[in-house]
Ligand binder design. Sequence first.
Ligand code: ZN
Length: 468
Amino acid sequence: MNWKQEVESRKEQMIADLKDFLAIESTLDLSTAEVNKPFGKKVDDALQYMLDLGGKDGFHTKNVDGYAGHIEYGTGDELIGVLAHVDVVPAGDGWTSPPFSPEVRTGKLYARGAIDDKGPGMAAYYALKIVKESGLPLSKRVRLILGTDEETNWRCMKHYFSKEDMPSMGFTPDADFPIITAEKGLLDILLTGAIIPTNISDSTWVLEQFEGGQRVNMVPDVAICKLTGEGDVFDLKEKVQDILLQNRIQGYAEEADDHVKICVHGRAYHGSEPEKGLNAVLELAKILATIDLDSAGSAYVEMINRFLTDSFFGEKMGLSQADDVVGKLTVNAGVFQYAKNEESKLQLNIRYPLSGDKNAILSKVDECFQSYGLKIVDVDHKAAHYCEPDHPLVKTLSSVYEEQTGKKAELLAIGGGTYARALNVGVAFGPLFPGKEETAHQKDEFIELDDLFQATALYAQAIYELAK
Ligand SMILES: [Zn+2]
């Protein structure tokens, strides 16, 4: 089979179908949710679009209560899964062309969802179509499974697999080529509580408010606090400016009506590599440690500095651990909210190695923050995910990749989480080729057409080799 030739002869139709699919603004919208459309009308339209396409091409399709659906081909007991999603993150501002009016410019197709994950989903669909139209015999069934809530809570896959069979193995075209075989365990932890004050009786400044960070899986890029008190405002401002300058950090202290505001700018980064960003909140906590604060404020700042500041690998909480496959445990201190005499809130994103013990990590975290008055109130957990390098799935995808691209199929280990975790035995396989610009979730998201076609050819051969 000449897989690239098969893609070549279908590419006009494929781009036309993909443009229609991308034009559907399938962001989560609970205001239009109803029975069998749990994530809103547009998300459902996108799911239905793909299922209709499958039906029109003669595939067996199924909509599982609007949470997910599948397009199936082949016969046999064993099931191979290909997992993509039809939902997209909101467009945001600053686009060169409207995000839901797909446009091709210099070999790139621009639209929200172009690379995450509608382009790859369409590539996987055309791959299945090519396999079907080639007439090559399969001994297994293949399902293109389409989720609808990947960008938010994965409720789609929880529901789908509560009703449908788990494939014996599969891949997801929702990350990077060549093949991601190992992903750290993920813990999103929410702690809340009233801070227990220290014994300090007199203080110059009162910490009225302190906050930073919007998402638990991002390094906070801004932190602010408000101080009131009888101290010398000029001295305070000068002290803050000195520390900022010494550490080459952006920020300022300014006097407002009845308080002094301090603002620190850091550098946002993905929470899987917190050491590569500059956590504005932790930098602000370092500054506040040099200021004479009230009893609750100083306890709060002490807590941050004792367990989180300059401790991106969990050292200060006693969580240091690593393995040879995915590396070290990491801690991203992502969201902080504190206001005097109110409940304070802290969110941590911890990523642990394959050998990590979730319960041991949680009890350590609890132990650390409990003495300051914070308790764990919510945990979102995704277990570490690993597929052995000599598993037939990995062997097959590696040989397909090497045969078509002429490059070595390096196996990747990452701190982030891919859709492959929804499968018992699964890996991420594309669509972003090594060295290519990552535009998922950003303005002017695009997929290079040549890469889209190459991915389609890879998926077609992979599906055939896995299911033959
Ligand atoms: Zn995605």
